[in-house]
Design a protein around this ligand. Structure first.
Ligand SMILES: Nc1ncnc2c1ncn2[C@@H]1O[C@H](COP(=O)(O)OP(=O)(O)OP(=O)(O)O)[C@@H](O)[C@H]1O
Ligand SMILES: [Mg+2]
Length: 511
């Protein structure tokens, strides 16, 4: 196997020091060509940092990078690109108001005779890339109108356009549907066959085992395991990651729910050009209940949550909180009434990058809430510290900017921020995206605890195991409508069949 996969790039003694943090503490890493090199570890372990060194985005504090025996010095990303290295970043780095084609070629525009930008060629190449990734996206589409998963695919297309010999994918599938992941895996197989060396980072451990040829585990800036994927299973990975085997997120058995805490009646969100993104949805949640909203990408689940949060002025329908009509028409008004939303796109909607972690956490906590519970600033800072501890957010100091946190830890800040508003109804859009297995268990335990305290929780997930394990009740949406409602303990096949109400579900998909 080793001969078939020559080492294309090596790091020896890699050290990276950020102000206040030693992110990498002497790392040796070999990247094999024609293979998928998987990188795994807890949030803040140093995965993205290691990749940023290879991609020329961050400079190494100590250590050497060699390619084919030659020592490399990447001063910036362009140097790494010139050496054949491409990266898809964990956080999307696209321009929402440019087209798909413009985003793909930004920084390496196709030109006519090296002078003006050849938009026709760019459009044509973008179309081919979209075809290769099996996405029906017009290259002229404005990026910001695409859903997050599709934006992630554009980000992948952008890296493919470079035709890199080494391709780094930092959590490329966090917003992708199962079908989209399959397409990506097919593309990865093609690239492997062409001899491309791929680095693949993900918190979806099943995915790693499927796609990986080699695995490297990082823990707290140190490599704790590196081997061929042969014989590796999930317990092995978890052991190497956190030093003990899996943490479970058990359901608590108490299912004594309180009275209805939230009701939505006949909610619609008209689509431009006819039809509805949210098509006359009605549902209710009781205090203490966790309701899972399951469905395929584009089913209208996120949009429904956004309607509840008053983010769509054109939506119609009525809401009630604790039996009283929700007449407030704007976001602050709804927060004041006890609604909180943890959005899907944490970077855009959730956080202010330059502000301190503490400030971000307490950002939405309203004066009303402050008065009600007699909080003062000191107590609020204490609560920020408490949340940092409870959600195991890896910070050097709460006063550091959010931008200094690893991707997964930023997500935890968004979750903490919503919890700090003291909501009655908590809306969570893909709450476990991008966070490691230990933190995931912690988030799920927190959801359980909050429900036990009397909150009503509505969460959107695309992970079937998650919705089955965590929900007291499952509501399925498809094409904007509610197509099924199931009690806890329903088997997977039934839930899946409700996601495509007009089709026969093939047997394999139901397993
Ligand atoms: N720009 C920065 N300034 C200061 N510290 C940073 C910066 N970027 C990362 N760090 C710190 O370096 C450590 C490693 O972060 P890194 O982003 O590499 O983690 P990761 O393994 O990618 O985690 P995740 O799974 O959450 O994405 C963390 O403690 C993080 O807070
Ligand atoms: Mg990362």
């Amino acid at each position: 196997m080793t001969e078939a996969h020559p080492i294309g790039l090596s790091i020896r003694g890699g050290v990276k020091v950020y102000p206040g943090t030693r992110a990498l503490k002497g790392v040796d890493f070999d990247l094999r060509m024609g293979a998928v090199n998987v990188l795994v570890g807890e949030n803040g372990a140093g995965k993205s940092t290691l990749m940023k060194l290879i991609a020329g985005v961050e400079e190494m504090t100590e250590g050497v990078i060699t390619m084919n025996g030659r020592e490399m010095h990447f001063r910036d990303k362009a140097d790494a690109v010139a050496a054949g290295i491409g990266i898809v970043f964990q956080e999307l780095n696209l321009f929402p108001n440019l087209s798909v084609a413009e985003n793909i070629f930004i920084g390496h525009e196709r030109t006519r005779a090296g002078i003006d930008i050849d938009t026709d060629t760019q459009r044509e190449e973008a179309r081919k890339l979209m075809e290769r990734l099996e996405q029906p996206i017009d290259p002229d589409t404005i990026l910001g109108t695409l859903r997050i998963g599709q934006q992630q695919i554009v980000e992948i297309a952008k890296a493919l356009a470079l035709e890199a010999k080494i391709l780094i994918l930092d959590e490329p599938t966090s917003a992708l549907s199962a079908a989209e992941v399959e397409v990506l895996f097919r593309v990865i197989d093609e690239l492997k066959a062409q001899g491309v060396g791929i680095v693949y980072i993900s918190h979806r451990l099943e995915e790693l085992i499927r796609v990986g040829d080699y695995i490297t585990v990082l823990r707290d800036g140190t490599i704790t395991g590196a081997r061929s994927m042969e014989g590796v299973d999930i317990p092995w990975i978890v052991q190497a990651m956190i030093g003990s085997s899996s943490k479970e997120y058990g359901r608590t058995e108490v299912t004594e729910f309180g009275p209805e805490i939230f009701r939505a009646e006949d909610i619609t969100l008209p689509r431009t050009g006819g039809g509805y993104t949210v098509d006359h949805v009605s549902l209710s949640i009781r205090a203490g209940e966790i309701v899972g909203l399951y469905g395929l990408m584009g089913a209208g689940r996120s949009e429904f949550l956004e309607c509840v949060m008053a983010q769509h002025p054109h939506s119609t329908g009525k809401f009630w909180v604790e039996g009283k009509p929700l007449v407030e028409r704007d976001v602050p008004g709804r927060i004041a009434r006890g609604i909180a939303l943890i959005p899907e796109d944490r970077k855009r909607d959730g956080l202010i990058q330059i502000m301190a972690i503490r400030e971000n956490l307490t950002l939405s906590s309203l004066p009303a809430f402050t008065k009600l519970f007699h909080l003062n600033l000191k107590q609020e800072a204490e609560r920020a510290r408490d949340f940092i501890k409870r959600l195991t957010i890896k910070v050097a100091s709460p006063e550091n900017p959010v931008s200094s946190l690893s991707g997964g830890n930023q997500q935890k800040v968004v979750i903490g921020k919503a919890l700090m508003t003291g909501p009655k109804v908590l809306l969570m859009d893909e709450p476990s995206r991008g966070i490691d297995i230990g933190a995931k268990a912690e988030v799920f335990r927190t959801m359980r605890r909050l429900a036990a305290e009397g909150l009503g929780i509505l969460f959107v997930t695309s992970d079937l195991d998650e919705v089955l394990a965590l929900s007291d009740r499952i509501i399925v949406m498809a094409q904007g409508r509610v197509t099924g409602e199931f009690p806890a303990g329903t088997d997977a096949a039934q839930v899946i069949s409700a996601t495509t109400p007009n089709a026969q579900v093939p047997k394999e998909a139901a397993e």
